[in-house]
Design a protein around this ligand. Structure first.
Ligand code: ZN
Length: 798
């Protein structure tokens, strides 16, 4: 019975689904299941995601208790909620979604069995009436501080009860579509029915503190045809800014959604909300939604978008700053936010057929999103800054693990964004070699893309219909090959390309009509027709709007869709903050197959700036210039990186005069690659400031440690200064118990004859004067306190 029942149900569901197609996006995406990617760039990443990222994400979820939470909630294990946050369930859901996509490309019995057993645990963890939220199920009234004593009590705040479910519905629909297995879909339906019973007009009239369920409910509606889920998604949007909860810009509840015109608050929350609004607008025809998200989009793209496609300037609230507030070193640019930005821009395109949205999507995808995961697929960035003094490196995992689990589901679905269709208009949005096939009235029409993107601007598209078909091929003209990097005036090109775009059909040059950023090739396709496009593939120099303070007098580089950066290992002197790249600098690129997985490296002539005397006079001197794609940074150890390069000495950070400390060889009881931070002549704003590289002994405590400066030559010294690092109470480093200084005398270390006790004070240089000593080395001895570790920003010697 069961076997018979299943296909019928699927048929009914698809029938329900196809009936809903009248109210849908103007343009239909071509799902990744119908797209083959056959290239040297994305294929590798999609494979690595399957082989490495998904298994690691499952393993980490297991090690961190995220999976046990379901077993405990389901009564299969004893214990308390055993991971840090109430939203940890959502990581497991995102991994299931990613596995669903990946299994379609790489059938994998082991992975499918693992996912099935996770689904069994989720089924057990679901309460009788459909409630699914392991923290409360396990802990009852003693749950996490964020969740309230009663169900949904803090739903508008930080409980994440509805947020988790949004990710679950996305996972359930994806896995059901991928495998036809109903169990996960039934769990989702049971859960959504409970939410629908409890929330709505006349019921609980409140909004989710973290948007996401809106997207999930729309997906559930599309699969089941159950309109209540769509109505519920719309309810959660419309109640925002009106419900009983506290209204804040942080979660975009400060105003009703249709009255919002600016991007404010937490960027992932915002971009998920605008994505959900686009979905609901497409299905309901709500023009007010469209107007609001169009205005917000303009605010983001004209004033708040990083050149890497990142959004969210501020770490404090993980979100948007003011207009033109785009700091590079402390840029937040969360990986999740860049992914959400892709979701949102894709929907904006589907709604309008305008290529400008794909320009933003492509920028986020190739730069900020890709930077979020290492080439090996096993290390991740949460924030993706555009400048580093050497304190950044990708992590294996995070306490708050939203970014790696988001990567695991996004990479295998990236081919969703390559093609789209409206009737007989076939859109080519991204230039990713491979193929797809469209159904037409006269059989299939196959499109094959050949190119060496992103390493070359020539694309050949072969069009093969089963029978002669009249159709329009709409080929996106990317911003990087035309006049504007992105819409608006936030960024502009310094140089125009020397060649122009060429379109050929079957070898003959044509001048296609241009429509909303697409070249329209209209033709009766006979069979094996070839469309060839040469995009100007040249190094483009980019300037930012003068209101962007941190980019003033600087220039960024782009080649094809890739934004570039200068990184320390490519320089003889790793001090690259003092680089100057003149606007008219001659730059070339060359493919380096062995470097960073194979990249185009940019080379040219630059200058360095350095201080030449204590007055601060600056001298410039020639230096070789190198740059690599931004996504490939931070694979060769910690050190300096810079996307925006000063174009003159005025905007450069000149190298300071050498000091005894900066010229010293440094040794330490604990050797790490951040040791370079203690004599880099960069002082923090306060002890907690993490802008520059700092050195610490964490997690060691209650131990004695040492650092030695071996001077370049014999010096007479009489003063030292230490700037202590301190990040308590969040972190584990506090001021040390005590410290002492020694100088080398023959083969002996002798303590200096200090004039005062050794100071231990935060937020300032702890200077100590001593009787002059002539020596070749100094040693700093630090006693860590009983309960905390310690760290140092800078150690100076005079
Ligand atoms: Zn994240």
């Amino acid at each position: 019975m069961r076997n018979l029942f299943l296909p019928v149900t699927i048929l009914l569901l698809f029938y329900a689904c196809s009936n809903q197609q009248n109210n849908e996006y103007l343009i239909s995406p071509v799902p990744f299941t119908e797209v083959n990617v056959e290239d040297n760039f994305w294929s590798e990443r999609i494979k690595t995601n399957h082989k490495v990222t998904i298994p690691i994400a499952i393993q980490k979820s297991d090690e961190t208790g995220r999976i046990d939470n379901f077993a405990i909630a389901g009564g299969l294990m004893e214990g308390e909620f055993c991971s840090p946050y109430p939203f940890d369930d959502s990581d497991v859901f995102k991994i299931i979604e990613g596995a669903a996509y990946s299994l379609q490309m790489f059938p994998d019995e082991n992975l499918e069995n693992t996912i099935d057993s996770l689904i069994n645990l989720i089924e057990k963890a679901q309460e009788e009436d459909g409630y699914l939220f392991t923290n409360r199920t396990i802990m009852g009234e003693n749950g996490h501080d964020w969740i309230g004593k009663e169900r949904w009590e803090k739903v508008d705040d930080l409980s994440h009860e509805l947020y988790n479910l949004g990710h679950f519905y996305e996972a359930a629909t994806a896995y059901y579509r991928a495998t036809g297995k109903r169990k996960i879909l039934d769990i989702a339906i049971k859960s959504a029915d409970l939410v629908d019973t409890e929330f709505g007009p006349g019921k609980i009239e409140n909004f989710p503190g973290h948007q996401e369920i809106e997207i999930g409910l729309v997906k559930l509606y599309r699969v089941t045809g159950e309109k209540r889920y769509l109505d519920l998604a719309k309810f959660f949007l419309d109640i925002r800014g009106k419900g009983i909860g506290e209204k804040t810009t942080y979660n975009q509840s400060h105003l009703p959604v249709v009255e919002q015109t600016e991007a404010v608050g937490h960027s992932v929350r915002g971009a998920y909300m605008w994505t959900g609004m686009a979905d609901v607008a497409a299905l309901t025809g709500d023009q007010q939604y469209v107007d609001a998200i169009t205005k917000i989009w303009e605010d983001v793209v004209y004033k708040k978008l990083y050149i890497t496609g990142g959004i969210g300037a501020e770490g404090g609230h993980e979100g948007f700053g003011g207009a033109y507030e785009l700091p590079n070193g402390r840029a937040y640019c969360e990986t999740c936010a860049a992914i959400a930005n892709c979701f949102w821009n894709h929907r904006m395109f589907l709604m309008t057929g305008d290529a400008k949205y794909i320009d933003v999507l492509e920028r986020s995808l190739y730069n900020n999103v890709l930077s979020g995961v290492s080439l090996s697929g096993d290390h991740f960035f949460y924030p993706n800054p555009l400048e580093s003094m050497g304190s950044h490196e990708r992590s294996e995992w995070f306490g708050c693990a939203c970014c790696p689990s988001n990567i695991s589901r996004f990479i295998p679905s990236m081919s969703n964004y390559i093609y789209a269709r409206r009737g007989n208009d076939f859109y080519v949005n991204l230039f990713v070699p491979g193929s797809t096939s469209f159904e037409t009235e006269k059989g299939n029409l196959k499109l094959t893309q050949k190119s060496n993107m992103p390493w070359n601007g020539n694309v050949t598209i072969t069009v093969e219909p089963d029978e002669t078909t009249t159709a329009n091929l709409l080929i996106r003209i990317p911003g990087w090959a035309s006049e504007n990097p992105v819409p608006g005036d936030l960024y502009s090109f310094v140089n125009q390309p020397s060649s122009s775009m060429v379109f050929k059909v079957n070898g003959e040059i044509i001048s296609p009509a241009i429509q909303k950023g697409y070249a329209v090739v209209s033709k009766k396709w006979i069979g094996e027709d070839k469309v060839e496009i040469s995009f100007p593939y040249e190094i483009r120099k980019i300037e930012a709007h003068p209101n962007v303070e941190d980019d003033r007098g600087k220039m960024a580089l782009q080649l094809g869709p890739l934004v570039y950066c200068a990184e320390w290992p490519d320089y003889k002197d790793p001090e690259i903050m003092s680089l100057i790249l003149k606007k008219d600098a001659k730059l070339t690129y060359e493919f380096q197959p062995e470097k960073l997985g194979g990249i185009h490296e940019i080379s040219g002539e630059a200058f360095g700036a350095k201080k030449i005397n204590k007055k601060g006079d600056i001298e410039t001197y020639p230096r070789a210039f190198k740059a690599i794609p931004y996504y490939a940074w931070a694979h060769r150890g910690k050190g300096r990186m810079k996307v925006w390069i000063p174009t003159s000495a005025e905007s450069a950070q000149p190298k300071a005069l050498p000091t005894i400390a900066s010229e010293s060889e440094v040794k330490a009881s604990l050797k790490t690659n951040t040791l370079q931070g203690i004599n880099d002549q960069l002082l923090p704003e306060n002890s907690a400031d993490k802008t520059h590289t700092l050195y610490h002994w964490w997690p060691a405590k209650n131990e004695t440690h040492w650092i030695i400066y071996n001077f370049k030559k014999q010096e007479t010294v009489s003063e030292c200064g230490i700037y202590w690092f301190k990040d308590t109470p969040q972190g584990g480093c506090d001021l040390p118990e005590s410290w002492k200084l020694y100088y080398k005398s023959g083969n002996q270390w002798k303590e200096v004859n200090a004039e005062t006790p050794y100071p231990v004070i935060e937020n300032k240089m702890n200077r100590i004067a001593f009787t002059p000593a002539t020596t070749s080395a100094m040693k700093l001895e630090i006693q860590l306190s009983e309960n905390y570790s310690a760290g140092i920003h800078e150690w100076i010697v005079n």
